[in-house]
Design a protein around this ligand. Sequence first.
Ligand code: ATP
Ligand code: MG
Ligand code: MG
Ligand code: MG
Length: 524
Amino acid sequence: AVPTAAQIRQTFLDFFKSKDHTIVPSDNVGYTSRDGARIFTNAGMNQFVPIFLGERSADVDTWPGVLSKGLPTRAADTQKCIRAGGKHNDLEDVGLDTYHHTFFEMLGNWSFGDYFKKEAISWSWELIVERFKFPPSRVFATIYQPNKEKGDPADRDQESWDLWAEKFRSVGLDPEIHIVNGNKKDNFWMMADTGPCGPCTEIHIDLTPGPIELSEERQRAGAKLVNGSDASCIEIWNNVFIQYNANPDGTFTPLPAQHVDTGMGFERLTSIIQGTKNFTDFETAKISNYDTDVFKPIFDELTRLSGKHYQSTLPLPNEQGHVIPVTEQEKVDVAFRVIADHLRTLSFSIADGIQPGNSDRNYTLRRILRRAVKYGRTLEFKEPFFYKLVDVLALHMGDVFPELRARKDQIKAVLKVEEEAFNRTLDRGIALFESEASKGSSITGDFAFQLYDTFGFPLDLTELLARERGLTVDTEGFEKLMTEQRERARSAMKKNVVSVSEIETKEPTKFIGYDELETEAKVL
Ligand code: ATP
Ligand code: MG
Ligand code: MG
Ligand code: MG
């Protein structure tokens, strides 16, 4: 039988539990970086960093009910992550591919001064090939190969190469084909410019339609797609080996102890297992994160509410290299994907006490919500609809993330107020945009600013509308006007920031929809 997403998540956790890992809860989806910035958690490692660096001690408050003191030497979890800004910004890809979300779960296992490469690579192989039964001819591993001419740090990760080679040879595959050299960008992890760092090795899967086991010729072709933008070969799991310290003078010295930090995309893992019907069919498979039971309940509800049907179509890049939906069905399918993705990002954030607002990550949330409302127009929603999807999300994910269930009513109330506010200006803004767009080939900074200031259009939404019509936006002109406005309104802005940060606690979130509405009046 094809396992459910819940079973797949549990298999991962049980597997590492059987290897003596302590299963810890996911941290909050919001995170305060070491420089004090309030950002989103973008990887499983985030919550361990201050403890790992000895800057904070772990206690029962850190992982309630799990630990009495200190960092476990072996830990595993599923971590709620958001990648919609900063170093990892996947927002623009959402809906246009089937494997980058703004919100996703990252499954991870850690060793803090305990096991290292040998165990980590063995267990990755054991879980993927022996337990889940990924066809080995479709599995590729990357290892770090520095480009010394470019001044890349450290040495080639030969140890990882040798460990993977043993695994591939054990099933009769050629390691020269299945182990691919990766560069500093993809295969060397650094926490910051200085501090602990090291090489990583990543697992990629060739999803090309065809027989379950691929011919050697086809394996060679698959190896070339690794780390490219081709969706028929995707990355699923990153194993980072923390073994060096990057010193302020630019040198790298070995750390006294060695550590492992891994991250696997839960929705990607699920998409391959479910899409291929548990690896029995790569020929007619629809391998997409959205064709899994993670998204199906949300899509069913969207269909019930809109009368539109999801058909899994994907738009192709146009002559400018932009991926823009053309046919009606492509537009509907992109809208389904975007709305479902954004629903998760907004709901999990609000459940963790982060609301849509006017600045920083709160504004990121508001931008994401407004995008969802705009895509709702494609499904012909004129009235608030987004908040109506929260029930089904809470129903399906509330067992693993009870905060969704506990805060369901607040999430809905906040979303509804936000939707109502944007609904008041969206259509007039779009109408104005259409008439402006008919005049020329670019959108001026002045006009983009007017859309922002009067109609509440975030810049990225204006850019999206422009892209759909092959137009460009003068973002520099827009930013200049923004800076001027910010200077004019500095004192008023300060007040808003305070009112937003007051609600950023781990305490149960209070419904502040109506205060936000007042804020809204100033934005629009
Ligand atoms: P990609 O190259 O596909 O963008 P990445 O190299 O940025 O992925 P990592 O930082 O290595 O990703 O994160 C570990 C794992 O998390 C990835 O191997 C992938 O399975 C998953 N992942 C990363 N970004 C996303 C995303 N936006 N949506 C869903 N899963 C993701
Ligand atoms: Mg990425
Ligand atoms: Mg990558
Ligand atoms: Mg990666």
